[in-house]
Ligand binder design. Structure first.
Ligand SMILES: [Zn+2]
Length: 248
């Protein structure tokens, strides 16, 4: 199994312990995701130490108004690293609205350009910004992973365009019936699962820091709503992730 989105550098526990527990849960690969330059660099250092770990390098939308947004040249260097499998997370967040929206758009566009020039997929964070996210992504030709998918209204567009749809622990929450209905509609070849560790622990672990081992619980929930076997879905997701991120 694979956890397609974790922030190992933001977890309190040591990465080696998190990776060991993931392995014993059957999670053999983890994509750890940078949220800025330093975080992306730390993620790559982990990937150099642990064969289980691959990296997405990016600058998240919250920093679009800061000096961080001007570090695209540094991001390019990190994205060229052999363990970098994607650019992101990047996107638009009009819910937390921590940076001006036009700056968020510009930073997203710059990272799409970078991904396109390297032939890498992008990992997209979007919150309360469905229309603008769809609009900006329309100009991007590469593979797109919609991380922590929580935008049922965006599903049709996303499926029409062939994007990958990744579900996190929030799909297991009692109130998330709309999201579960959405998860049932994603075709087999486009579905992914993630933890977004240390955030969004699945219901059975709620209130505790999340970790990659828990992706198993999210896959179980997804299998239940899709009426399929969890091990089969885990294998399907692993194949999808290998295709989306060109994993070895
Ligand atoms: Zn994330």
């Amino acid at each position: 199994m694979i956890d397609t989105h974790a922030h190992l550098d933001a977890c309190d526990d040591r990465p080696s312990a998190l990776i060991r527990r993931a392995r014993s849960a059957g999670v053999e690969r983890i994509i750890t995701v940078g949220t800025g330059i330093d975080s992306s660099r730390a993620a790559l250092e982990l990937a150099e130490l642990h064969e289980e770990v691959f990296v997405a390098v990016g600058i998240d939308p919250h920093q679009a108004g800061d000096a961080e947004a001007n570090r695209i040249d540094e991001l390019r260097e990190l994205a060229e690293h052999e363990r970098s499998v994607a650019v992101g997370e990047t996107g638009l967040d009009y819910f937390r609205d921590r940076a001006p929206r036009d700056r968020q758009r510009r930073l997203l566009e710059a990272q799409l350009e970078l991904a396109a020039s390297l032939g890498k997929p992008v990992v997209i964070h979007t919150r309360d910004a469905d229309a603008d996210t769809a609009d900006v992504l329309a100009g991007f030709d590469g593979a797109v992973v919609m991380h922590c998918f929580s935008s049922p209204g965006l599903l049709n567009t996303v499926l029409e365009r062939g994007y990958y749809v990744s579900f996190a622990g929030n799909v297991t929450y009692p109130k998330a019936s709309d999201l579960r209905a959405t998860a049932a509609q994603v075709p087999d070849e486009r579905i992914l699962a993630e933890t977004d560790s240390p955030y969004l622990a699945p219901q059975a672990r709620r209130g505790r820091p999340n970790e990659p081992a828990n992706v198993v619980l999210t896959v179980e929930e997804l299998a239940k709503v899709r009426g399929v076997d969890a091990a089969d879905l885990g294998a399907r997701i692993e194949a999808n992730a290998a295709a989306a991120f060109s994993l070895p």
